[in-house]
Design a binder for this molecule. Structure first.
Ligand code: HEC
Ligand code: HEC
Length: 360
């Protein structure tokens, strides 16, 4: 089913909401999908290549006042790996965003500096530079704005910011490194700028999916093509995971059973209860466990979750209730969808800890 048709169908179905049950609308969508089953692979490819919601990911956007010079990037890398940015000198950004664990921490929810379990899953840093808002609830709007948050957060790095500049000044060699990058040496703003710049290097943006979208019809196997076709059609994934980073930067409640208030904490609006930002799917094979509470261990189980229409929550998003209450994917279709998701995993760059100033 091509996207134009899907959208028309959706609009048509939406208009029926008032007088019809969700089940009959799903039947409508499924019937139409059945009719499309006899297309050739070439027809499916033509269809996908003309889908406006599928766009190859470009270069990561840069804030206009962030220079991204080699010196700034090197400083950002040092800061990212330096545990002395934390109050007890033991926790660095790497602790929860480890390159070897897909720039997350591999745990369902993060471990607070006092050893207790945090509320949320450590987001991966991969492709965070592409989002228009950051964090699961979108409470920051740029990597620059975000960077000082975890440093001062009492649960994360617990380092009072008003002492941080002096603390770094006292470490032999730090001032010199800052001065190679910035005229005014160590400042909070420069710390944030350098961390943000470095994180923009942590990207997955050259997958075979992108080669395919740029016109290489042989970049994906037939199985992966069928998976992408499901992603953009019968399985509805594209509704939210679309655009160049496969995130619409909007907020939804998939019905995860969780007390997390999500976007509500930012807007105070009831409709945002439990909603979180659609995550990108680039790098996805490296970042298990999944979801904001890390409650799903594998991509197979994520597919099962969507196939059964998500779980229950009083504020579950309308779209999930109406169109995804059951997807009726066959075993073959689940395997195809998985094969496509695995293409998005790509190869994240592997940064290792550089020499940190002041250590002999
Ligand atoms: C103790 C664990 C911990 C530490 C240390 C930590 N983070 Fe995080 N980070 C998290 C968690 C948990 C989230 C998700 C929080 C949320 O959404 O409320 C997150 C989210 C982020 C995001 C948002 C990604 C997205 O998709 O929106 C960025 C960027 C980030 N962290 C960067 C950093 C940087 C830079 C540092 C070091 C200065 C750092 N983090 C230190 C746990 C940590
Ligand atoms: C209604 C919007 C919407 C639709 C449709 C949708 N997603 Fe999602 N997706 C989200 C949101 C929002 C999250 C995060 C949910 C949470 O943690 O509460 C998410 C999370 C995920 C994750 C885990 C990402 C991570 O970093 O933890 C994967 C994988 C995923 N979706 C794949 C899919 C696939 C495959 C489909 C189609 C079967 C799909 N999504 C359909 C909005 C959507």
């Amino acid at each position: 089913m091509n996207m134009g048709k899907t959208l028309l169908l959706l609009i048509f179905s939406m208009s029926l909401v008032a007088c019809s049950s969700a089940n009959s609308q799903e039947k409508l969508v499924l019937d139409s999908y059945e009719k499309d089953q006899h297309r050739t692979l070439e027809e499916i490819i033509d269809n996908l290549l003309s889908n406006k919601l599928l766009v190859p990911i470009g270069e990561v956007p840069i804030q206009k006042d962030n220079l991204m010079t080699p010196e700034v990037l090197e400083l950002g890398k040092i800061l990212f790996f330096d545990p002395r940015l934390s109050g007890n000198n033991e926790v660095s950004c790497q602790t929860c965003h480890d390159p070897k664990l897909g720039y997350g921490d591999g745990k369902p929810t993060f471990t607070r500096i006092d050893g207790t379990n945090g509320l949320r899953n450590s987001s991966t840093i991969i492709n965070s530079g592409y989002y228009t808002t950051l964090f699961w609830d979108g409470r920051a709007s740029s990597l620059e704005e975000q960077a000082l948050g975890p440093i001062q957060d009492p649960g994360e790095m617990n380092q009072p910011l008003d002492e941080l500049v002096e603390k770094l000044q006292a470490i032999e060699g730090y001032e010199e490194i800052f001065l190679t990058a910035f005229d005014d040496g160590i400042t909070l703003e420069n710390i944030a700028t350098a961390l943000a710049a470095f994180q923009r290097l942590i990207v997955v943006n050259e997958t075979r999916f992108d080669q395919f979208l740029k016109g290489d019809r042989n970049a994906l196997s037939p199985e992966e093509i069928r998976g992408l076709d499901l992603f953009a059609g019968k399985a509805f994934c594209i509704t939210c995971h679309h655009g160049e980073n496969l995130s619409d930067n909007e907020y939804y409640n998939l019905g995860l059973t969780s007390d997390d208030k999500g976007r509500f904490a930012v807007t105070g609006e009831e409709r945002d209860l439990g909603r979180v930002r659609t995550p990108s799917l680039y790098g996805i094979t490296h970042t298990a466990p999944y979801m904001r509470d890390g409650s799903i261990d594998t991509l197979e189980e994520v597919i099962e979750f969507y196939n059964r229409g998500g779980d229950d929550h009083s504020n579950k998003s309308m779209f999930m209730k109406m169109f995804m209450s059951e997807l009726h994917l066959s075993e073959q279709e689940k395997a195809d969808l998985l094969a496509f998701l695995e293409v998005l995993g790509g190869e994240p760059p592997m940064f290792v800890q550089p020499d940190l100033p002041g250590f002999k």
